[in-house]
Design a protein around this ligand. Sequence first.
Ligand SMILES: [Zn+2]
Ligand SMILES: [Zn+2]
Length: 266
Amino acid sequence: MVFPNPLSLILVMLIFIPLERLLTLRREQGIFRRSWQLDSTYFLLNGIFIGAGLKLILLAALVLSALIVPSEFRSWVGSRPFWIQLPVVLLLSDLGFYAAHRMFHKIPWLWRFHAVHHSIEEMDWLAAHRVHPFDQILTKGASILPIIALGFSPDVIAAYAALYQWQSLLIHSNVKINFGPLARIFASPHFHHWHHANHKEAYDKNFAGQLSFLDALFGTLHMPANQMPEKYGTNMPVPKSYGSQLAYPFQPDVYKPVKQATPQEP
Ligand SMILES: [Zn+2]
Ligand SMILES: [Zn+2]
């Protein structure tokens, strides 16, 4: 998540704090739950690193686009009506998000970075910001690079970016909102809370950022009806402070293989 200034923090607080009080999922969880200071630090500082990384991605997308995609095709794409471009952008960007997110779960050295996000044990709008910058830059990069390179218009990309930001806050929130049949299409709090569940049957499920039907399509959907997880988090030993979490993936002993006991000679 990237928010440009402290004013956006106030706006987000004005919307999500009352929303979480009105439609509370877990009553026992207060505004100042454990680790709220850590997640506020992510909110305030992460944007500096992520903004710089995304500028590089943008540059790469423009170079790639000029080299590979014919300019006539880009102009044709960018001149389609807004309401045609937007669903296509949502689909393409979330396919990129899905692929990158799944890789972060499957490849051990990438999982070190993503485990930081999965260290969240109490879900709310603020916790959405606890993402290692490297993780956020790569995942966001995979979702925005194709849509910029293909020439979708800047106002469509801006609308998509706004939708992504607000939906990401909502799906992490401590809220009970029923999306009804739309939950089969769009990612909801129910869908993403299960992604964060520390339940064996929920590991490596629900990778989509915005379109839950992608998980149904690729066989990774786990959304038990009328049931929310009992426990969130990861079994990885992720430290508790901002600096140590940023350094955590670079520690050489993070993935030290567990030594098997050697069978004793008879
Ligand atoms: Zn994940
Ligand atoms: Zn999440």
